[in-house]
Design a protein around this ligand. Structure first.
Ligand code: HEC
Ligand code: HEC
Ligand code: HEC
Ligand code: HEC
Ligand code: HEC
Length: 491
């Protein structure tokens, strides 16, 4: 007598919980492969918020809306399988994932009327976001290509190919990950077709695992495990356990929502130098302790997208289960949101003390992170009442590498600094000189007091962000190398 009563209670609770009122019904089934039960498979109606997992015997019982036509079953070792639910008891057989075929021909992401497989044909919004992202431009980025070959040999320094001829092939592994190079030079300037699309959709969505045990020495594409199917078999991997489209199959891979998915390209010891360290910085960050992954901040939910392939077979989904693909990074609003500045002046008999505090918050790594030459400049200028610059008598002064208009002013550089004997910045691939890492650490406040003497009338405190060292940017004519994050005027 006890059991039916239990089920009745369970049923009513669930119906209410799933928002189905009295209009739901139960589907019962068993999930198998080769007649062996599959435990832990996820079962749900596509696009709905709740799933159930199969038990040790491969059994599940799922509550569905009366008008639901099909359910999807997903498990990381099998293709996502869709089954009609006209029957009340189902035996569902899963098809294992294929092996990896490394002669796979990558599919171009850009929309094209004559090529039905192009990702952008159906995923228009995702494609538009990706196309303006750093990933979508990584193979053609003029700053990258310029430092790769010194503008095709015009510059002898900051020229990775000339300064490190045996080994520039490594750049491709992260920047142009599908480049195939018959002469094995991996010269990124020769990329064409889909390879020239940089870090593209098909590359990212063939990743099935991202081990972290060899990180640092093995990076970019070499750090990943892929499943590239036989040509003609359409198979993409992703975070959804319920994606469905006839003629194509999908693989559910939970790693897409984890930081380690990004690690192989955002951590790297290149030529023996720890040039890229964002993943290891994240391991030590408060964000990791709070459970925030790279995706939490760099792939936020879109504002109003509820369908990933509208009109092309996509089902309506809650926007919070989807992600933006423009990968916002070192944009002014991101930097303003995470670099906090406090500045106050205190007048004394000798002059004026300017007390400055900088702190990085709401960020998953040190600031700046990413490319080694990124840096922040704190610059403080004070003027006397006659307009002449006030003299700084205590506190740090900006060195000449801070650039024209900054060198000699009160201030501080926050960056990874790899310097020659003359204290000029060197590229990361030149293996000499000294290193200092003076970047902000999340959650740790940096403070300094600067003193100016004389009749100081106005004080301006600025924090700027720069991509590259000013001497390098100027010599190559790069526009938009810096922007101001904060300006404060003190009296
Ligand atoms: C003909 C249309 C079409 C084309 C072309 C197409 N897709 Fe899709 N894709 C879909 C549909 C439909 C879905 C499922 C939508 C849903 O369930 O809401 C989907 C789902 C996905 C998913 C989700 C998988 C998961 O389990 O998380 C990924 C990832 C994906 N596509 C990537 C790609 C990539 C990469 C390409 C190009 C190589 C591509 N798609 C080309 C229509 C298309
Ligand atoms: C195949 C290698 C690869 C993978 C995988 C990869 N990235 Fe990147 N990422 C790059 C490269 C290369 C750049 C720099 C491109 C450029 O600036 O030309 C970059 C740039 C970025 C930027 C800087 C954007 C900006 O405009 O400042 C962010 C943020 C970022 N990636 C986040 C991520 C996250 C999050 C993941 C994981 C979900 C990820 N990346 C996975 C290679 C990769
Ligand atoms: C740098 C790797 C990378 C690139 C490039 C990339 N994706 Fe994704 N994609 C991801 C990751 C990681 C997720 C999972 C994010 C999450 O759920 O936190 C994802 C999620 C998705 C999803 C599931 C639904 C959603 O909105 O999250 C679809 C569909 C998808 N990507 C399609 C595409 C298409 C189409 C392109 C090219 C226009 C593309 N992706 C380019 C890494 C990438
Ligand atoms: C808590 C939110 C948060 C998390 C988690 C996070 N980031 Fe960031 N990220 C930011 C903010 C804010 C910025 C802008 C400030 C800066 O440039 O450091 C940024 C900037 C970046 C940049 C651009 C740096 C530059 O100056 O060019 C890259 C690349 C990047 N993040 C990659 C990653 C990767 C990879 C992970 C995971 C290992 C990650 N981030 C985790 C918030 C986050
Ligand atoms: C481990 C993967 C990896 C390798 C190997 C790698 N890069 Fe990068 N590179 C990145 C990532 C990720 C970014 C983006 C970080 C950011 O936005 O701060 C980047 C950014 C850059 C940038 C800055 C671009 C800009 O627009 O400001 C330059 C220049 C660059 N890389 C040059 C090179 C060269 C030259 C090589 C080979 C000697 C190389 N990289 C090797 C991952 C890599």
């Amino acid at each position: 007598m006890k059991r039916p009563f239990g089920i009745a209670i369970f049923g009513v609770c669930c119906l209410v919980h799933a928002g189905l009122g009295e209009s739901g019904r139960f589907v019962i089934g068993r999930v198998l492969h080769d007649d062996r039960p599959i435990a832990g498979a996820r079962v749900r109606v596509p696009g709905t918020p709740h799933y159930v997992a199969t038990d040790e015997k491969g059994m599940f019982r799922s509550l569905v809306a009366k008008d639901a036509k099909a359910i999807n079953v997903a498990h990381p070792r099998f293709r996502i399988t869709t089954v009609g639910i006209a029957e009340k008891r189902l035996d569902i057989r899963l098809e294992p994932l294929p092996k990896d075929y490394d002669d796979y021909a990558w599919i171009d992401p850009s929309p094209h009327g004559q090529d039905a497989q192009r990702c952008g044909n159906c995923h228009g919004d995702l494609h538009a976001e990706w196309a303006r992202s750093a990933h979508g431009n990584s193979a053609k980025n003029p700053r990258f290509l310029s430092l790769f070959s010194g503008d095709n040999g015009k510059h002898k320094t900051w020229n990775a190919q000339a300064e490190h001829p045996l080994g520039v092939g490594v750049c491709a592994g992260c920047h142009v990950p599908t480049l195939a190079s018959l002469d094995l030079s991996y010269d990124v300037r020769k990329a064409e077709g889909v390879d020239a699309k940089g870090v593209h959709c098909d590359f990212c969505h063939k990743i099935v695992e991202a081990p972290t045990d060899k990180l640092g020495t093995r990076f970019g594409r070499d750090g990943y495990e892929f499943i590239r199917p036989k040509t003609g078999d359409l198979l993409s991997f992703g975070p959804l356990d319920d994606a469905v489209r006839s003629g194509e199959s999908f693989g559910y891979a939970p790693v897409y929502r984890e930081t380690r998915y990004c690690a192989s390209c955002h951590e790297g010891v290149v030529f023996g130098v720890h040039a890229y360290g964002t993943y290891s910085e994240w391991l030590a960050s408060p964000a990791k302790r709070e459970g925030k992954q790279c995706q939490t901040c760099h792939m936020p939910a879109p504002k109003d997208r509820t369908n990933i392939a509208p009109g092309k077979g996509g089902v309506e989904r809650d926007a919070s289960t989807l992600t933006r693909h423009d990968f916002p990074g070192a944009a002014p609003e991101m930097l303003r949101g995470c670099v906090k500045l406090e500045a106050a002046s205190n007048r004394t008999k000798e002059g004026v003390d300017v007390n400055v505090e900088l702190r990085a918050e709401n960020v998953g790594h040190r600031v700046p992170t990413g490319f080694v030459d990124r840096h922040l400049v704190l610059a403080i200028d004070a003027a006397n009442s006659d307009g002449s610059p006030a003299r700084v008598v205590a506190g740090d002064v900006l060195p000449s590498r801070a650039g024209k208009g900054f060198a000699g002013n009160a201030g501080y550089l926050f960056g990874k600094q790899h310097l020659s004997d003359a204290k000029a910045p060197l590229p990361f691939w030149v293996l000499e000189g000294e290193y200092h890492d003076t970047r902000l650490t999340p959650g740790v406040t940096w403070k300094q007091s600067f003193r100016f003497d004389g009749e100081v009338s106005e004080i301006r405190v600025r924090v700027l962000y720069r991509r590259l060292w000013p001497a390098v940017a100027e010599s190559r004519g790069f526009e938009g190398n810096e922007f101001v994050i904060h300006t404060r005027t003190l009296r």
